[in-house]
Ligand binder design. Sequence first.
Ligand code: PLP
Length: 425
Amino acid sequence: MTTLREMRPAQLDSLEQATQSTLDSLRAKKLSLDLSRGKPGPEQLDLSAALDAPLDSYIAADGTDTRNYGALRGIPEARALGGELLGVAAEQVFAFGSSSLFLMHQVTATALRQGLWGNGRRWRNAEQVRMLTPVPGYDRHFTICESLGIDMVNVPMLDSGPDMAQAAALAAEDSAVKGIWCVPKYANPTGCIYTDETVTAMANLPKQAAADDFVIFWDNAYAAHDFEFPGVPLANLYDLALAAGTEEHLAMFASTSKMTYASAGLSFCAGSDALLTALEKALSVMCIGPDKVSQLRHARFLSGRIEAHMAQHAALLKPKFALVEQVLHNALNELDIASWTKPKGGYFVSLTTPPGTARGIVQLAAAAGLKLTPAGAAFPYGLDPNDDHIRIAPSFAPLDELGAAMQVLAQCVKLASIQHRRAGN
Ligand SMILES: Cc1ncc(COP(=O)(O)O)c(C=O)c1O
């Protein structure tokens, strides 16, 4: 087959007609498909059914009665679980309720209003506050910034992680740059894993920053979400930061949302004593203690068997990612009109289409009964400067629906690319 670029006008005509008629027949089926959000599928949730078994005792390792108030930092065994996910000691972990996003918001708001170091350093002392946002990235990080009036400065995401040379230059030249968002393993949405060089450069970034209150937001949401085991290792940011003397500038996050129940799991925040003290003070205003019964259940369910449990998730997710790859490859590879990531874990695939087509493709897909993450969502303010990025979230749909959805998407990409080509591109 010839690539789209090599096709003569007559070939483009017939390919457009064929693609349009395939899409018309798919539309006639009145499909109702959804690849818009990275939710665990029902059969993944069923893997954690044992969480609901009655507990034989509610007493935690340190004697805490988990049914009662208190222990804001969490019970020891839950903190140890967070430490295992984040590669730090249990004492450095805050174990909380079901949403790490909530903790991220709390840490960001606390950095802004009260400061994280108990010494008067706080972001709101500055006239303007900016954060570095590697793009494409996670839309809800951007929403936290927007909700708190924090401006965002884009940094390109490479296969190795954020472009660290650019991040360092931006942080060094502007004292209003106060932090950076990171999803270091199976990044949302590209699926990349930060290389050792990137993690080392990240650990040194606070030293290069002009701001003395710079914070690395290390959202390791997919720390254990490999498809093959043993999983791909990630360099230990905390150890590297200790070596660089920057550990007071880290806020690390993880959760069990995509390990057990997304609505009833545990969240973790780890960092220096100063960070935990600041977070504890902020949270104590609104909460006397987290759901420690859930913490105990999780610790008993997951301790010593994280990998075995995540292998069960992998068995369900891997075929879905393989199907995404297969449909995209079969439909688009020879035409050479798009590229996409092939992650070995996590929840997302990034699809790059010809410049200026992503928004139109998402609309075409919607008209054919397929809901996708809005184009531009992986960029601050929803603005994808090239309009060429689409996030695919294959986890929730059953395999047959995923296959149908991917066929719709592939035809939409094809049609938009042909029209883009015919417009003289
Ligand atoms: C990178 C990233 N961080 C955080 C979350 C949400 O985590 P939680 O459920 O712990 O709030 C998600 C969910 O998609 C995510 O992709």
